[in-house]
Design a protein around this ligand. Structure first.
Ligand SMILES: Cc1ncc(COP(=O)(O)O)c(C=O)c1O
Length: 415
């Protein structure tokens, strides 16, 4: 199935499942174009969280009903995360958010490295996949090398990245999609290059996850991290870690150390069981947008539909924003290349600071971000960090063409 031949999403029906989407601001419908910062959630996710807290709230491992139900939710969450990431249930670790998990996992792998070993990070990444490596490099005497953006279209320069790899490279930490400019690097190529020198391919899928299907094994990723609150679930982080790595990396454990399943070794203390219940419902919601015999099949089909819808929104936004005098758009601007980006647009508006432009749009009920969104390397490389960054409008599958039109008209009116 390709993105151009799939049956379309039923936008009216799916939007009806999201209570937040009926909110108004100053008499206008709210347009949630802040998706890269966090998505809205369907009613079934809210219900699952409430139902857990109302009826099953307990700690794990007890011989009574609520604890057994909590155990079952934990198992269901691992199974859902496995299907969602193309991994096995025992390769999953849950945590507070991606950043916390990534610091923890970076500390773990760094304990297995020697001074002088090298980590490659990128200018395209959110700092959640850069700062942990700078931290452990300082602690363990490692060397961090940074792969640059390509000149012009804010994509990652893969030739330059490959040129940084060598016999001391141990980890290549990169993003599946930029939360600032939307660029999606060729993950297979990066993973293959990492493996050629014996390094780990370590991917941040936080921004990518609401837009594209993650298949850790097929992409050849050793570690992949994402955050369900970006894909219609609750505030939560998850990592999928290749089993042999999860089994052997040193982990901070309380005694007696229960080390199965392997990913569990990187979960400290009691998890948010209500969030796990909400996460299972979020994956169920996504799967309900597709067809197929298994949940994985339905996710494949759902993401093909999501991609088709989002690519059409991207073309509309690129054409609409390009037509506004004084708007400078960063990232891929060629409408023929929308498959290489997510529908996330960073732009500046002449005569307005990004904060002022975002605040004016916010007053009209159009929610957009401004600043660097912790994509510090990218915003600095684009020369925007000292100028307040850029406005960022991000679409999700529930965004309508009407909302994109409203955005373009409101930005044009700023001029
Ligand atoms: C690409 C990317 N990576 C990492 C993060 C950090 O995720 P979390 O908030 O779960 O720590 C974000 C959050 O915006 C992000 O967009």
């Amino acid at each position: 199935m390709t993105a151009t031949t799939v049956s379309p999403l039923d936008l009216t029906a799916l939007r009806g499942r999201f209570p937040a989407l009926s909110r108004t601001i100053a008499g206008q419908p709210a347009a949630y174009l802040d998706g890269p910062g966090g998505s809205q959630v369907p009613a079934e996710v809210i219900d699952a969280i409430g139902d857990y807290l109302r009826g099953s709230n307990a700690n794990l491992g007890g011989p009574f009903a609520t604890s057994e139900e909590s155990d079952a939710i934990y198992d269901a969450a691992r199974a859902a995360a496995a299907d969602f990431t193309g991994s096995a249930p025992d390769e999953i670790a849950f945590g507070a958010n991606m950043t916390t998990l990534n610091f923890q996992l970076a500390h773990a792998v760094a304990r297995t490295l020697r001074a002088g070993d090298e980590i490659v990070v990128t200018e395209l990444d959110h700092d959640g996949n850069v700062a942990p490596w700078l931290r452990v490099a300082a602690d363990h005497g490692l060397v961090v090398r940074t792969a640059p953006l390509a000149a012009g279209d804010a994509t990652l320069d893969l030739d330059a990245l490959e040129a940084l790899l060598g016999e001391r490279t141990r980890v290549v930490a990169f993003t599946l999609a930029s939360n600032a400019v939307g660029s999606k690097p060729d993950a297979r190529r990066i993973a293959a290059a990492a493996h050629r020198v014996g390094a780990l391919a370590w991917a941040d899928a936080v921004h990518y996850a609401p837009h594209g299907r993650i298949d850790r094994a097929a992409l050849g990723l050793d570690v992949v991290l994402c955050s369900p609150y970006k894909f219609f679930g609750p505030h939560l982080g998850l990592a999928a870690i290749r089993r042999d790595l999860a089994e052997t990396w040193p982990a901070d454990r309380v005694r007696p150390a229960d080390e199965t399943p392997a990913g569990h070794r990187f979960e400290t203390g009691t998890q948010s069981h209500e969030a796990l219940a909400g996460f299972v419902a979020a994956v169920g919601y996504l799967a309900s947008l597709g067809d197929g015999a298994t949940r994985s099949d339905r996710l494949d089909s759902a993401y093909a539909r999501i991609a088709a819808h989002e690519e059409a929104l991207s073309v509309q936004a690129l054409q609409g924003l390009a037509a506004i005098d004084g708007v400078q758009l960063y990232g891929i601007t060629d409408a023929a290349r929308v498959a290489e980006r997510t529908p996330t647009f960073a732009f500046t508006v002449a005569g307005h600071t990004p904060r002022d432009a975002a605040a004016e749009l916010g007053r009209q009920g159009i929610f957009v971000w401004d600043g660097n969104y912790y994509a510090l390397n990218a915003i600095t490389a684009l020369g925007l960090e000292s100028r307040g960054g850029a406005v960022r409008a991000g679409f999700l599958h529930y965004t309508t063409p009407g909302e994109v039109e409203r955005l373009c008209e409101a930005v044009a009116a700023l001029r």
